[in-house]
Ligand binder design. Structure first.
Ligand code: ATP
Ligand code: MG
Length: 290
């Protein structure tokens, strides 16, 4: 996760969708890292304890793509994300993340916001800039832009316990975007929220992604969520996690998540992905039930 000061970040030319003012202020350059995964395998433990978590993963994710990953519980989704983030190592295979020119290679957002309870939202969002030695004026501008991006400006002096779960997740998203990472790695970021907050934050994330054009790898248990958000959906098998199928999501941007989810095309695609996933979910359940 090579961290470099923002001052030295390459200012690339604008590509793809035109960013609005907030996006421009936050993003040093458009789009994001490219990711190439080849023959990835991950084993945990040894002997009778050995678990083959991931096997034969080949996946290329383009700069600026929103790639969703669905699969049954225990199929290795979080493990794959941790390896991509550099938090764990593959047993074999290759991962090539081209994040040249980005100040930070990646940022992660988890199911729980992970905000520091002793810092207000503004400090939480700016923490990654402070630790990287970004000058106060520059950091202040970037924190302002990130808070505006997620609609938390009015709550900047609140502490996490003073906010709702949805607002805390917004804070986590702002904290991830403020560092201008090459890619955003999201592990079920909205799974713990109620349905209404989830819908609102999905719409927000679609908007932010459309503005910033970041590369996003997004793990979810929800086929619906994968269809609302992603360009492609990777369906994984039950353990050991392998790629079963990769589906292109045909819906155009900008997307209105509420309208999209009520269309016939959406329903049909959701059902066809469920058919692909169903056997794997049943197989994973059978293993859990013994
Ligand atoms: N640190 C670890 N040590 C040993 N085994 C591990 C470790 N981390 C994960 N595993 C195993 O690897 C497999 C995949 O786990 P992982 O958390 O990646 O699954 P997942 O697809 O994210 O599941 P879920 O949908 O429930 O979050 C599981 O069998 C798990 O027990
Ligand atoms: Mg997981």
């Amino acid at each position: 996760m090579g961290a470099r000061p923002f001052a030295s970040a390459r200012r690339g030319e604008a590509k793809g969708r035109a960013p609005n003012v907030i996006g421009k202020c936050l993003m040093q350059q458009r789009r994001g890292a490219t990711i190439a995964i080849a023959g990835l395998r991950k084993e945990f433990g040894e002997g009778r304890e050995r678990v083959l978590a991931l096997d034969g993963i080949d996946l290329t994710i383009a700069a600026g793509e929103f790639c969703c990953i669905v699969g049954p519980s225990g199929c290795g989704k979080s493990t794959l994300l941790r390896i991509l983030a550099g938090l764990d190592h593959a047993t074999s295979g290759a991962i090539d993340v081209d994040a040249k020119g980005w100040p930070v290679a990646n940022a992660m957002v988890f199911q729980e916001s992970g905000l520091f309870p002793w810092m207000n939202i503004e400090k939480n969002v700016g923490f990654g800039l402070m630790t990287r030695g970004v000058a106060a004026v520059e950091a202040g501008k970037r924190v302002d832009a990130a808070l505006r991006l997620v609609g938390l400006t009015r709550f900047r002096h609140h502490y996490p316990h003073q906010l709702s779960g949805g607002m805390r997740q917004r804070g986590a998203i702002a904290r991830a975007f403020v560092t201008d990472p090459g890619m955003l790695l999201m592990d079920e970021p909205f799974a713990a929220l109620d349905a209404q907050n989830r819908t609102i934050l999905q719409a927000e994330l679609v908007r932010i992604w459309e503005e910033t054009g970041k590369t996003v790898v997004y793990i979810t248990h929800s086929i619906e969520e994968a269809l609302l958000l992603g360009d492609r959906t990777v369906v994984m098998t039950a353990q050991p996690g392998r790629i079963k199928e990769i589906i292109d999501i045909p819906f155009r941007h900008p997307r209105n998540v509420m309208e999209l989810s009520s269309t016939a095309e959406f329903g049909a695609l959701k059902l066809s992905i469920w058919r692909i996933l169903e056997d794997e979910v049943m197989r994973a359940r059978a293993e859990i039930d013994g």
